[in-house]
Design a protein around this ligand. Structure first.
Ligand code: FES
Length: 108
């Protein structure tokens, strides 16, 4: 298992989940009912409503942004930041243990 902490956009809600490697950060959030991730397309990299901001000092733990994710990140409702990622494109690995993501204020 590997832990991910999800923080609401205003910092008031925080939840840490143990996620089985191979599961995406989006899937784990949806299964647990975490607010702030919508995932309209179900993880097909076609909606950008699973946008998260990754704690900046952890970006090196993540796989690089692929061309489809890059294109979708251009259309996020809340502003794209240097630490923006789509959570459906982040599949947990043991190396990602301790990851912290903050949801944007708006997804749609
Ligand atoms: S769930 Fe639609 S792009 Fe991630």
């Amino acid at each position: 298992m590997a832990r991910v902490t999800y923080i609401s956009h205003d910092g008031k809600q925080k939840k840490t989940l143990d996620i089985t490697p191979g599961t995406t950060i989006m899937q784990a959030a949806m299964l647990d009912g975490i607010d702030g991730i919508v995932a309209e397309c179900g993880g097909s990299c076609m909606c950008a409503t699973c946008h998260v901001y990754v704690q900046e000092d952890q970006l090196a733990k993540l796989p690089p942004i692929g061309p489809d994710e890059e294109a979708m990140l251009e259309g996020t409702v809340s502003p794209r930041q240097p630490n923006s990622r789509l959570s459906c494109q982040l599949t947990m690995t043991p190396e990602m243990d301790g990851l912290v993501v903050t949801m944007p204020e708006y997804q749609t």
